[in-house]
Write a protein that binds this ligand. Structure first.
Ligand code: DER
Length: 235
């Protein structure tokens, strides 16, 4: 499909630009775009990949690495990464991103922060001027199960009356993250989404919040595959 081709284009371009033979510790994100990142890294050849270690951002990411027969590592063994490549749900004009559509944003943010270079790959649907324009489900927030009702209540008070607990579809009850936590999706008004860093700090301070799906001032570049086969780069 056009969207899948756009994802592949973004992923291949980003890998070719940012994953070089001297890079030995590589963070792999989560979602439906990063399989094309792994595909391109595998295409770089067994020789270069044999001295590399790949750090996953969750169960799906780990499976990608293992199934591609790449060497799997842990962030506790490799706390400093050369480069992390990951998808996003939306990216604004200043490279701030909403992440967490796949409920993986805690480990994703740890690996994004731990890398010298963090790069986002996405299809054209994720490219916005202001966060919340295309991704209208709200800011994904990982919370401790014990505190989810209190966090919901406080989110309602600070500007997200429509914040809701993310319910599972293939399981009764809420989505449970790879870390055993719940996820709340909290939509905020445009004026608050225009200052994502302030919003991030306000949400993060709510007791019981584990991590917030707003990645501010983190990405060095974002690659968007377009419908016409071109790639748009924000940096
Ligand atoms: O959850 C995340 O942040 C993932 O990176 C995900 O949102 C990316 O989504 P994708 O399936 O469009 O790549």
């Amino acid at each position: 499909t056009v969207v899948e081709q756009a994802k592949r284009l973004a992923a291949w371009t980003a890998v070719d630009r940012h994953v070089h033979p001297e890079h030995k510790v590589i963070g792999i994100g989560s979602g439906s775009t990063v399989p094309y990142v792994v595909e391109r890294i595998v295409a770089q050849g067994k020789a270069v990949n044999k001295d590399r270690v790949f750090i996953p951002t969750g169960f799906q990411s780990k499976e990608l690495i293992v199934n591609a027969k790449l060497l799997l590592g842990d962030v506790d063994q490799y706390p400093m990464l050369d480069v992390t490549i990951d998808g996003a749900d939306e990216v604004d004009r200043d490279l701030n991103a909403i992440k967490g559509g796949g409920a993986c944003h805690l480990r994703e943010k740890v690996l994004a922060e731990a890398a010298d270079t963090f790069v986002i790959v996405a299809d054209y649907r994720k490219n916005s001027e202001v966060l919340g324009t295309n991704w209208t489900k709200g800011v994904p927030i990982e919370v401790a199960p014990f505190a989810y009702a209190k966090v919901l209540q406080n989110l309602h008070l600070i500007g997200s009356p429509k914040a809701t607990l993310r319910m599972a579809t293939a399981k009764a009850g809420p989505v449970v993250s790879d870390n055993g936590n719940f996820v709340i999706d909290a939509p905020f008004p445009e004026d608050m989404m225009r200052d994502p860093y302030t919003l991030l700090t306000r949400i993060k301070m709510l007791t019981g919040v584990v991590e917030v799906g707003l990645f501010c001032h983190m990405a060095k570049a974002a690659y968007f595959g377009n419908q016409d086969g071109s790639v748009l780069i924000k940096w």
